[in-house]
Write a protein that binds this ligand. Structure first.
Ligand SMILES: [Zn+2]
Length: 128
């Protein structure tokens, strides 16, 4: 049986740009490039067509929670930002944020996926 601490270890490995299986290989080689397999243990990341669709709601969630809501709080509650500035910043973030978070949200998805289905880490074939 997989312990909860092992599941969180998998999640933190992915957040730190490390392979969910071995924790060693770097998965992001650039801002927009994710490797096909772990350079250390050759764990194949892509499980097939549509596997990384789960990264889309994670990307959206991160942009809304860490960009849009703080700006709205500064505009509505703190009254530090004007209406025009807040909407401009939100608009810029809603366009550029998903682009820059594209690859990292895939890592977060990998961590979330294997957090719940940790037994699949051993069942997933390694790339030759
Ligand atoms: Zn690995």
């Amino acid at each position: 049986m997989i312990q909860i601490s092992d599941r969180f270890r998998i999640l933190f490995r992915c957040q730190r740009n490390r392979c969910p299986r071995c924790g060693e290989g770097r998965l992001m080689t650039g801002l927009f490039k994710l490797v096909d397999a772990c350079p250390n243990c050759h764990f194949k990341l892509d499980r097939g067509e549509g596997f990384f669709l789960g990264a889309l709601p994670i990307n959206y969630f991160v942009i809304v929670v860490y960009w849009m809501l703080p700006i709205m709080a500064l505009w509505i509650f703190a009254k530090v930002l004007s209406y025009q500035v807040a909407l401009t910043l939100i608009g810029i973030g809603m366009v550029l944020g998903p682009i820059f978070l594209y690859t990292y949200s895939k890592l977060l998805w990998l961590g979330t996926y294997y957090f719940w289905l940790a037994h699949e880490l051993e069942e997933t074939p390694s790339e030759a």
